[in-house]
Design a binder for this molecule. Structure first.
Ligand code: AHM
Ligand code: MG
Length: 333
């Protein structure tokens, strides 16, 4: 049984038997993510001290400016996962295409692939606001020992074996699920150890916080506009409070603890919203469902969407169950 103050290392070993086909591979993988998270945490924390912030001059596949730390976080996660030879493929929000690992080696028996957003919300780095890493793990669908293909990455979110995020905030936390609830670990920076601080995390069934970029209001679908008016109306436990950090991991984390809904809808400016299905929405949706909450695109369960491309975007409604259901009700009108 998980105990508060248990270290993440102890927790991983103790819970390894929960996996059906456990060979220790997934445990090693979570361990590698833990290690990379510590390295990135170190870099994020010194961002204000050294001349490391600011655009690296590159643009990513989505045509957005890349911050130096994005590049660095991307490198650290890929290096850590590649060197340890525990995955057969990686796809990153910062890379155009997926990476196949040891594809020429038939003895390579690794069966997991990882999708990662190495540093989400990176426009917040310059202003000392929390950022995060989001990861998602699947079992490959093509035979082991052969090179991974796009098919391995384009799996619906319900196939995820594990997912989680690291939040580099007032304290650094690693929060993850392997399909048996959600647990949160806080880093003690003095000794570099993550401790179980938030066992069995759950969203409250309903809440009073809504998180959305209201600056785009005029471009939102009518259903979203109507839902926002509902949130603001003085009736019952409303008006709700508006809280939007602009860093998905932080907004999600706060809403999970306090109760709330996060929405990034489609708009007349972006027909599928902004967030990526594979790197952002699926892992957060898996965590949400494991924490007694809900995630949809306004109509359909996120985890049931069949992906068609690596960098696909979808509208995202995620949070306390009753709040997401209410928003969906407005969307379907
Ligand atoms: P990014 O992957 O380029 O960092 O974008 C994702 C981020 C989310 O963390 C955040 O919720 C959203 O973009 C904010 O977008 P906006 O500034 O349009 O409100
Ligand atoms: Mg992102």
């Amino acid at each position: 049984m998980s105990k508060k103050n248990q270290t993440l290392g102890e927790f991983i070993i103790e819970n390894q038997t929960e996996f059906k086909y456990s060979s220790g591979e997934l445990s090693k993988l979570i361990n590698a993510i833990r290690l990379a998270a510590k390295v990135v945490n170190h870099e994020v924390n010194k961002a204000g001290l050294v001349d490391i912030i600011g655009a690296a001059g590159d643009t990513n596949v989505q045509g957005e400016d890349q911050q130096k730390l994005d590049v660095l976080a991307n490198e650290k996660f890929i290096q850590t996962l590649t060197k340890r030879e525990i995955v057969c493929g990686i796809a990153s929000e910062e890379e155009d295409d997926f990476i196949s690992i040891n594809s020429q080696d038939e003895n390579h028996q690794n069966k997991y692939i990882v999708l990662i957003d190495p540093l989400d919300g990176s426009s917040n780095i310059d202003v000392n606001v929390s950022v995060g890493t989001i990861f998602s793990i699947y079992r490959r669908v093509t035979p082991v020992g052969t090179p991974v293909t796009l098919q391995d990455f384009l799996q619906p979110g319900r196939n995820q074996v594990a997912a989680g995020y690291v939040i580099y905030g007032t304290s650094t936390m690693l929060v993850y699920t392997t399909g048996h609830g959600v647990n949160g670990f806080t880093l003690n920076p003095a000794i570099g150890t993550f401790y179980l601080s938030h066992p069995n995390m759950e969203f409250p069934e309903t809440g009073k916080i809504y998180s959305i970029n209201e600056g785009n209001y005029n471009h939102f679908p009518q259903g979203v506009k109507d839902y926002l008016k509902y949130c603001q109306k003085e009736e019952g436990d409303r008006p709700y409070t508006s809280r939007y950090i602009g860093s998905l991991v932080s907004d999600f984390h706060r809403n999970m603890i306090k109760g709330g809904i996060y929405i990034y809808p489609k708009s007349s400016m972006a027909s599928n919203g902004k967030l990526r299905l594979l790197y952002e929405c699926n892992p957060m949706a898996f965590l949400a469902e494991q924490a007694n909450a809900k995630a949809s695109d306004g109509f359909t369960r996120i985890l049931d969407i069949e992906p068609t491309e690596l960098h696909q975007r979808v509208p995202f409604f995620c949070g306390s169950r009753k709040m997401v259901e209410k928003a969906e009700e407005f969307m379907s009108k």
